[in-house]
Write a protein that binds this ligand. Structure first.
Ligand code: ZN
Length: 61
């Protein structure tokens, strides 16, 4: 049985060009324990054509 509100769909935004490149889900319960709960990942940006730091955004374009 799925727990309501435990999983959250987030967009991953390139910090350099602000493009939304990825959409992922995160487990809110686990992620909020450490730091400010913001997810940040190094991913390849198609706009920058290199690996850049992506941060999560709750706003899906
Ligand atoms: Zn970029």
């Amino acid at each position: 049985m799925a727990k309501k509100g435990a999983r959250e769909i987030v967009a991953m935004i390139c910090k350099e060009c602000k493009s939304q490149n990825y959409v992922t889900t995160r487990n809110k319960v686990n992620m909020d324990v450490k730091g400010n709960g913001k997810l940040e990942l190094n991913k390849h940006c198609q706009t920058c054509k290199k690996v850049t730091s992506h941060k999560e955004s709750s706003k899906l374009k």
